[in-house]
Design a protein around this ligand. Structure first.
Ligand SMILES: O=C(O)C(=O)C[C@]1(C(=O)O)C=C[C@@H](O)C=C1
Length: 314
């Protein structure tokens, strides 16, 4: 049986993402305490894959994930999953019910960032307590070793744990979505579907003026559209950064493989992090001169010139 690690405990948004992964149907689900532990268990072979958050439509990139897959033993993303995000505020079964009486509220940092404005207006006396996940915060309300009054969690968990619901729909931005990825050991490359995404990281040499433009040029001349680009510190020293990039297309597409080959020539530290089907499955439009057929036409033309010439006979 296949095993999938995820950021637990039961009831996280990550678990909801895992339940949307077709390959995980009937698989063993392994809840773990952090994204880093989940990725390390994939690396060590304790689990076959892990589901981890990578990007939120309001908060942006999930830095723990972006950094953990950018270095260490290579991992490949094999699928992405989108989960709509909405939050509820739940209380202790025997705790205060009035919002103004709440003195502390626990949740994941990313969840807190998405309800901060609501919290300032509605629970002004509550201090924030960091939890390992939204579900960890909510489960803690049933546990007498914790002391906080309330937690911010997913609606499905609030109902499942039968905790008093103090407020619902408390997210600052309606319609938020978090993108999760399924990560496996390097070597898994899903077939191209015609609507794919490729993820990579490119370390930025600080002694090369215009390095970012050089990276971008490789994509723009080949009609490759980017869907995400973020800079992250490598952690080595101040000013040393890498770019984390998602592009539209599969490594097996001529224009993508040509762009990556060029990047590798110019930036040998580039790391391929997988080509996988896009969650939205909307076909993208690419310029006619960048289709596989156009590349093959171009190569055939060059070959015909070489074949007709007596190269080396002069
Ligand atoms: O704490 C959870 O429930 C998670 O799955 C983590 C996480 C995140 O890391 O962004 C996932 C989705 C929400 O945006 C809030 C928290």
């Amino acid at each position: 049986m296949k095993s999938f690690a995820y950021l637990g405990p039961e009831g996280t948004f990550t678990e909801a993402a895992l339940n949307r992964v077709p390959e995980a149907d009937g698989a063993q689900q392994v809840p773990l305490g952090s994204v880093i532990t989940a990725l390390n268990q994939v690396r060590s072979g304790e689990v076959d894959a892990a589901v981890v958050p990578i990007e939120n439509s309001v908060e942006g990139g999930v830095t723990a994930t972006l950094d953990a897959i950018a270095s260490g033993d290579e991992l490949h993303i094999i699928r992405e999953v989108l989960v709509p995000i909405s939050f509820m505020l739940v209380g202790r079964p025997d705790g205060p019910r009035e919002l103004t009486e709440l003195h502390s509220v626990a949740t994941h940092t990313h969840a807190w960032a998405q309800v901060r404005i609501w919290a300032e207006a509605n629970i002004p006396n509550a201090a924030y307590v960091q939890a390992a996940s939204t579900a960890a915060g909510a489960h803690g309300l049933l546990d007498h070793t914790t002391t906080y009054d309330a937690a911010v969690c997913a609606p499905h968990l609030a109902k499942k744990l039968d905790l008093p619901i103090l407020a619902e729909g408390i997210e600052d931005t309606a319609g938020a979505v978090t993108r999760f990825v399924v990560v496996a050991r390097a070597g898994h490359l899903p077939q191209p579907t015609g609507s794919d995404k490729t993820t990579m990281v490119v370390p930025l040499p600080e002694d090369r003026p215009g390095a970012l433009v050089q990276i971008m040029n490789q994509f723009s001349t080949r009609g490759v559209n980017l869907s995400r680009i973020e800079s992250r510190p490598t952690g080595e020293y101040l000013g040393k950064y890498f770019f984390s990039i998602d592009l539209e297309g599969h490594l097996a597409d001529e224009r993508v493989s040509a762009a990556l080959a060029a990047l590798y020539r110019m930036f040998p530290g580039v790391r391929f992090l997988g080509s996988y089907p896009r969650a939205e499955h909307v076909p993208y439009v690419i310029p006619e001169y960048t289709t596989d057929e156009a590349y093959q036409r171009g190569r055939a033309w060059v070959r015909s010139i070489l074949d007709r010439s007596n190269t080396g006979n002069h």
